[in-house]
Design a protein around this ligand. Sequence first.
Ligand code: S3P
Length: 451
Amino acid sequence: MPHTPSVTPLIARPGSALKGRVTVPGDKSISHRALMFGALAIGRTRVEGLLESEDVVNTASAMRAFGARVERLDDGTWQIEGAGLGSLLEPEGVIDYGNAGTGVRLALGLVGSHPVAATFTGDASLIKRPMGRVLDPLRQMGAQVVSRAGDRLPLTIRGAATASPIRYRVPVPSAQVKSAVLLAGLNAPGETVVIEPVATRDHTERMLIGFGADLSVETDDAGQRTITLAGQPELKPQDIVVPADPSSAAFPIVAALITEGSDVVVENVLLNENRTGLLLTLQEMGADLVIENVRETGGERLGDIRARHSKLKGITVPAERAPSMIDEYPVLAVAAAFAEGVTHMPGLEELRVKESDRLAAVAAGLKANGITCQEGEDSLAVEGRKGAIGGGSVVTHLDHRIAMSFLVLGLAADRPVSVDDGAVIATSFPSFRTLFAGLGADIAESGERAA
Ligand code: S3P
């Protein structure tokens, strides 16, 4: 299975205004789920606009290992032929999920209620990430787990022959944990209930309803969501069009806001309200963002986002907004470096367990580029620039969003910014460099200058 091929140091040089209309690749969360749910439906699911990145390709390979037929057609659509819920085959070899936390956590849920054993591993980043958060509820449902490294990869899970449906209150705000329990609940007889005190991205719920599952969601006055899923539905194949990923759109949007003279439109971006925290925050900071052509497709809201260079001001981002922008804090911290005053970001404890310890990686990257910030246990405060910034080298720790965020910084700083490895960007946004080149940006391998 693919792994980041070789380390590729990159450098972003300031200078050019960014201009143009671009489309970023398909949403990563929806792409993983389209492949997985397609593999559980009886018949042929078609997916247009699937994100063809390393993480998602790893999920495609894993679904093949579990017995689904997954193919990419010449016109770029993907076709998945599932044999139905309950029909997972036992994979022959070890399944290597590379860098993909979502992929492996959701797959653990899937196996948790099927009578097969599967061994999972991942890259140097993924093997450090906590898996107990999904294994705990799966054990309650009857799954058995053997791991050498205390609920971290590599590990082997043997799913329950007849899983017990559970009522589970998710202890951390995590769509991956919620989704793993719901995936296991699909093949458990009876009702699985997941209680989510704080709303997180709801693609699993929306897509499972689309595939024909009997799933309902109740939200109380405090915003707590109770999700009830009836087990053992017959899932029906779907035609899915994947909208552009708002977490990838964040990079050209922030780059345009902080780079003088820029005017960029990012098209077809998913505007699901559990994913739009960054747009709201940037607007509160004074960003000139216009959302045009808003429409509804496949049960999701999409729109084109126009971002122009703006004078930003520091704000306090409400902690309760974190789940709706959890992957966007690194690039928000970069935007904050160009704002007047301090931007306070509380409620960031989950950033410590992402592809890297993102709080530490962002703080180190900012400091390396002359930007003052205070890293707390679960918070970050970034002071807007007072003098020249840039000129630093940033350690990415196998984290695609750290690499992309600091390259964006380099486009608007006073001196170039380099990152130790840009190959990791292929995890979620393989066309990142081409797309930025099309906008006029200068991002090149260290030692080379972009044409
Ligand atoms: C995702 C959930 C989030 C997010 C990740 C994708 C998903 O992780 O950071 O990139 O597709 O469910 P957590 O559930 O750990 O917050």
